[in-house]
Design a protein around this ligand. Sequence first.
Ligand SMILES: [Zn+2]
Length: 460
Amino acid sequence: MSLLIKNGEIITANERYTADIWCENEAITRIDRDLAPARGAEVIDATGKYVFPGFVDPHVHVYLPCLGTFAKDTHETASQAALIGGTTTFIEMICPARAEGPLASFELWLSKAQGHSACDFTFHMGVARYDEQVEEEMTEIVKRGLSSFKIFLAYKGISALTDEELFRTLRLAKKLGVITTAHCENADLILELQRQLLSEGKTGPEWHHESRPPLVEAEGVHHLMTFARLLDAHVYVVHTSCEEALREAVNAKQPGVNVWVETLIQYLVTDKTYAERPNFEGAKFVMSPPLRDRRNQAVLWNGLRDGVISTLATDHAPFDFATQKRLGLTDFTKIPNGMPALEDRINVFYTNGVKRGRLDLHRFVDAASTQAAKLFGLFPRKGALQPGSDADLVVYDPNYRGTISVKTQTMNVDYNPFEGMAIEGRPSLVTVRGQVAVRDGKFVGQFGRGRFLQREPSHF
Ligand SMILES: [Zn+2]
């Protein structure tokens, strides 16, 4: 099957020009002016539209056990939502419990996605403890094509690594040539602050922020930087939410720590007052690290514009407000953490970033696609528009006007954190390896066609 995208304005991380793109056998085969369609090829007219490389979300949860419940999306609903929003590849977190073996977890997560997802996917492999079995199995998992680890410094007793385990995990990652992504918050500080607040009768979602203030996150980043520097490990700070935490990562770059920073779309457009909404509605906006004071938004936008922050993700984690979030009705520490955003990341980023003049089209593509592909061993298969790359294309209509609402979303959850937000642009056509998966904003893709992307270690 072949596909010809005509007259679109091609935008990548470093180029901008008008041309036609010819796709065959799942890949881009030619980019040139005035390509003539061969017989049987589908021709798409992209005049007046942008053509972006498929977007990559490097931090997503689909299968996610949490506090005795499960995040709401399946790989069918999640991949459909991702594609409608222009995300053609996502990297899901495998989150084993401490007692679970890595290989068994890897196989479980893979079985949930393979044969179900409509878009391509891969995983960051969670390390929830460290011993001989874990070391052996992590080594095997890297051979099977996962070249990034995920660790938690937060969630004491559930997934937080001790310092001894952190040291050994980063040492193994270094040896295997893989990058370690890390949730940086000090687990003990959170636990003590939670106890203190609850004992004072402060039980509502508005106290979630006070239990994990910016300093707790900054300490987590500083902690990781110390270990990464000693071990010369490559590390990636997930969901950076505030100036204090960002500064710790930036300061560590100077003496040579190999660190990259991710932020989330939620931190750019929502703030801690959302979690203070009355009648428990704030619970919709409980995630960790918490939504911050508004002053941080400009810092994060500037970081994205300058490239100090490499990537924009979602940490997509959908829990229903009517039932699941209510588990924490009388105790904010029992509210399942997370916000859905997989479907809306690109439109919200484009509208509030590019359209408001906060960053240009190239940094937009770089932060939402190319950097993640490069950091996690997917480039130039993903994150690029060039012959040989997978034909994952987003034909983007900058003249579209719409409003985000739970009523029209595909994500399988009963609220949308961006409810009522106007968007100024959306993908009109999205392809997955040369096959149209979204047409005029409607999903027309194929469940189970999404491929598990095996990745090579970097051997840095
Ligand atoms: Zn996460």
